[in-house]
Design a protein around this ligand. Structure first.
Ligand code: UDP
Length: 256
């Protein structure tokens, strides 16, 4: 299996050459990192859960006409995706103040924002992913003005869809990060949602208790990360009630 050509290895995922030209296999690892990889741990079962949760979100996005790189899930840890040229930006959408926004602007965590806010960060580990403006993005050629417009429209659609999806599961979507890529089809290029959307890249708070159900459990040493991700999957209907997903050796997943 692992004799396939490895195209790229990131902190939490590996990309392999796909079975057909223009495709890749996205493999979810159990590695958890934070603070620009200064904190690192292996968390058994995380990759399996993120694969399933991200599959569910991307498939739903495809189904409502939001273009993504996702084709289909292959197995517990892998999915088949279209090869895209990743735009080197992390697009963060915020509904409620938390994390770096609260720190930077002194707004108390949990404050509802007057409207959804979109921010861009330049994907560059050596620089610690600095926040950038549209001016930087166009001046340095990371994306064209029309592409920024397309990215922002996608970000708003994804935010609206995810907010409703999680609301129905009793979860508040505080913020999330998404990435976009350029997909070539014949001589046309379009922007699609790429990478993953999972509790690793979202802030998800239980609507009733405000309990954190996302990677802040790892960042803030709260423990119970796999249990929280399992609960997210269960509420989305990806895991059945009768499963005990937090039990070793890993979660039992249903729905082929
Ligand atoms: N995020 C991410 N990858 C990053 C940075 C942020 O997925 O490299 C997500 C993070 O999980 C949160 C949102 O983007 O849902 C906003 O993160 P923030 O800017 O508050 O940074 P943090 O507090 O995570 O450093």
């Amino acid at each position: 299996m692992n004799r396939r050509r490895r195209i790229y290895e990131g902190k939490a995922k590996i990309l392999y050459e796909g079975p057909e030209p223009g495709t890749l296999v996205q493999h979810f690892k159990d590695d958890a990192t934070a603070f620009n990889a200064k904190k690192h741990e292996i968390i058994d079962g995380k990759g399996v859960l993120n694969n399933r949760i991200s599959e569910y979100i991307f498939q739903n996005l495809n189904d409502i006409g939001v273009p993504t790189h996702f084709l289909r899930r292959l197995n517990m840890r892998e999915q088949l995706i279209r090869e895209v040229e990743i735009i080197p930006l992390e697009v963060v959408v915020r509904n409620v103040a938390a994390g770096s926004l609260s720190t930077r602007l002194g707004i108390e965590e949990g404050t509802q924002l007057p409207r959804s806010i979109i921010e861009f960060y330049y994907k560059n580990d050596a620089l610690g992913d600095p926040m950038v403006s549209e001016e930087h993005i166009t001046a340095f050629g990371w994306a064209a003005p029309q592409e920024i417009d397309d990215i922002m429209s996608l970000a708003i659609r994804v935010n609206d869809f995810l907010s409703g999806l999680f609301l129905g599961a009793g979860i508040r979507l505080v913020d999330f990060k998404m990435e976009c890529g350029r997909l070539w089809e014949n001589d046309m290029v379009r922007i699609v949602v790429a990478d993953e959307i999972s509790p690793d890249s979202c802030r998800l708070w239980d609507m009733k208790t405000n309990e954190k159900m996302d990677k802040d459990r790892f960042r803030r040493d709260l423990g119970g990360l796999v249990e929280a991700y399992s609960e997210v999957a269960k509420r989305l209907g990806i895991l059945t009630e009768s499963d005990n997903p937090a039990a070793k050796p890993g979660p039992t997943l249903v729905k082929g």
